[in-house]
Design a protein around this ligand. Structure first.
Ligand code: IVH
Length: 617
């Protein structure tokens, strides 16, 4: 049927309204009124009209989800209300502890909680102005995230326009349903591409693609679980915020229950251990939130997480599989780590083929033998570990494990320090040690050098281009380009990333040096206390012991590290390269403002008192 332009405009408008409504019925209310095929027919009809009359296309049309061109990079977005994370509770007792902490502030009034599913995906923020989606961003470090609007627009459950012209910022989780994940990995396997370990990685990887067509093809979805700001009268309860969002057309998970009795709440949490497997998406726990928003204000937040909410994390999942072999790898500090090579199995949604065996003593104690059927467990983000053998399933063919007495990388005789369980390679120039120390130096919590992962480190070492971490700062693009499979662009990016890392605040360097017993947190305390690496190098034991988080073992290790001539030369070389040696980290709000009270007086023309409070926090 041929329509003239006026009739076409009218029909296009009708179709858009219909499609918005069916989207809402499907994704928000979960009550579709038409079949997928009927929905597709309506989309096609709208596409045909828009093709014929391109002037009728509007940006929030359901046909305009996938933008035309790929981006060259993501821009940064500063979150007006920070995106915090949650503290965890791992069992009933920790949930009772949380409840007790809440009661200390709530006093004698009964406290109502909302229990929601903890969706395992990627935290995102959606911003609507007058009902129109204007921005979608990742959480990033909580304060600054990345603008991924063009990717989030491709999610059919993200409304491009709300049911009402509201201005709000909503927070939620973008995720990949289990079925979409299995399909994606199957396709990737057939195409010879590496598979994703779990739906969360797949969702995050998809949303970080510069070409929105990729995200559009991955079947991602979203649930919103919080309202950061809204320019209407603020709801009184969390549950009312969720209803407000749902009425506005945002998909909110309907699996949420109110409790005032903590024991009933705990029973409910436990009941999800089994139920979780029946959901079409993965959850890694439940989130318990105080319902009364005025109580949120009184409870406040710590630097990282609100005191009015807690995540109940499910216990570690265990599975059985075959232990095929035990491999010895050399750790950063020279430890010889036995690692189990397993028949691949899926645990907690990811495929596991290696697991930690900790140390030789434990293997002997648990009597783990090569060829055994073993129990493997995985809790949260931690590396999977072997719990023990299933002795009843032994055939007699199993081989007891014999710990090596030589470093598998350099052949040095392994040694064991008194009081330590680990065997070590004593060779300070062992290639494995150097490799691990370079990987650690470049890692995210250390110097955070993008593009310098295990494969690149191995390539640099085999080409003889680096012999210590300082050598990284003397690499040229030309040298890098000579490596196999390193093109001009990769080389340029790496040189750039290395150069950028020179500006890091010194705690990253202190951590990156890999001084024994100095973790990321200890490095930060040391940096804040001494303000520079040269000052730290001069510190004596009694001075070091006055630093928070530094005990005798740590102080001794620091003194011995900086006492070594080779390490002094290394730092000299880093300094000559222009690597920053001072503390320039921002003091966190907690450092500067912790414990201070703020009073807001007078009228606030541009925001609510709640929002102002959040901004100060
Ligand atoms: S509330 C300020 N509710 O879990 C509180 N978070 O470790 C913000 N998550 O980064 C979180 N489902 O991405 C909340 N129903 C839910 C959630 C949820 C998943 C994620 C969220 C956050 C992480 C917390």
């Amino acid at each position: 049927m041929m329509l003239d332009e006026n009739a076409a405009r009218q029909r296009a408008q009708e179709l858009r309204t219909l499609l918005h409504r069916h989207n809402y019925l499907y994704y928000v209310l979960d009550q579709p009124e038409i079949t997928d095929a009927e929905y597709d027919r309506l989309v096609r009809e709208l596409q045909q009209i828009e093709q014929k009359y391109p002037q009728l296309v509007v940006s929030d049309s359901p046909t305009q989800r996938v933008g035309g061109t790929a981006l060259s990079g993501f821009t940064s977005v500063t979150h007006q209300v920070p995106m915090l994370s949650l503290s965890n509770a791992y069992n009933a007792e920790e949930l009772r502890d949380f409840h007790r902490r809440v009661l200390q502030v709530a006093g004698s009034q009964p406290v109502e909680y909302v229990v929601e599913l903890k969706i395992d995906g990627l935290a995102v923020s959606l911003e609507y102005t007058d009902g129109v989606l204007v921005r979608g961003a990742t959480r990033g470090d909580g304060t600054v995230g990345e603008d991924i609007t063009s990717n989030l627009r491709t999610l059919l459950s993200v409304p491009l326009r709300l049911q009402q012209p509201l201005t709000l910022v909503a927070r939620g989780e973008a995720y990949m349903p289990k079925a979409a994940f299995l399909r994606l990995n199957q396709e990737r396997e057939e195409a010879g591409l590496p598979v994703f370990a779990n739906p969360r990685n797949a969702a995050a990887g998809s949303l970080r693609q510069l070409d929105p067509k990729v995200a559009a093809s991955r079947g991602l979805q979203i649930f919103l679980y919080g309202l950061a700001t809204v320019q209407t009268e603020r709801p009184m309860t969390h549950d009312a915020s969720l209803r407000l969002m749902q009425d506005a057309g945002l998909p909110v998970n309907r699996q949420r229950v109110l409790f005032t009795d903590i024991e009933q709440l705990i029973d409910y949490c436990l009941s999800w251990h089994a139920l979780r497997h029946d959901l079409p998406f993965e959850i890694d726990g439940l989130v318990i939130k105080v319902n009364d928003l005025s109580l949120h204000e009184r409870l406040g937040t710590t630097a990282k997480s609100p005191r009015w909410a807690v995540a109940y994390k499910f216990p570690a999942e265990q599975v059985r599989t075959k232990l095929l072999a035990i491999e010895i790898t050399v750790g950063r500090t020279g430890t010889l780590n036995p690692t189990a090579l397993l028949q691949p199995v899926t645990i907690a949604g990811s495929v596991v083929s290696r697991a930690s065996l900790h140390n030789a003593d434990l293997i002997a104690e648990k009597d783990i033998r090569v060829g055994d059927t073993v129990i493997v467990q995985k809790a949260g983000d931690v590396i999977p570990e072997v719990v023990g053998p299933v002795v009843e399933l032994r055939t007699g063919e199993e081989q007891p494990f014999q710990m090596t007495d030589q470093c598998p990388e350099c052949g040095s005789d392994a040694i064991r320090y008194p009081g330590e369980v680990a065997w070590r390679c004593p060779n300070v120039s062992c290639p494995a040690l150097l490799r691990e120390s370079l990987i650690h130096f470049a890692s995210r919590d250390a110097m955070d050098i993008e593009g310098l992962g295990p494969a690149m480190v191995t390539a640099l070492l085999s080409a003889g281009l680096v012999h210590n971490v300082a050598d990284l700062y003397y690499l040229s693009q030309d040298q890098l380009q000579q490596l196999e499979r390193v093109g001009a662009k990769t080389a340029e990016n790496l040189v750039q990333a290395i150069a950028v890392s020179k500006q890091n605040s010194v705690e990253r360097l202190i951590f990156g040096l890999g001084i024994r017993f100095v973790g990321a947190k200890g490095a930060e305390s040391l940096a804040k206390h001494y303000r520079s690496l040269p000052a730290l190098m001069q510190a004596n034991e009694s001075s070091l012991l006055s630093v928070p988080d530094v005990g005798g073992k740590v102080a001794e290790s620091i003194i011995s590290y900086f006492g070594a001539e080779a390490n002094q030369q290394l730092i000299e070389k880093l300094s000559t390269a222009g690597v920053n040696m001072s503390y320039i980290g921002v003091e966190t709000a907690e450092d500067l403002l912790g414990g201070k009270a703020f009073v807001i007086t007078g009228t606030l023309p541009t925001m609510s008192r709640d929002d102002a409070g959040k901004l100060i926090e």
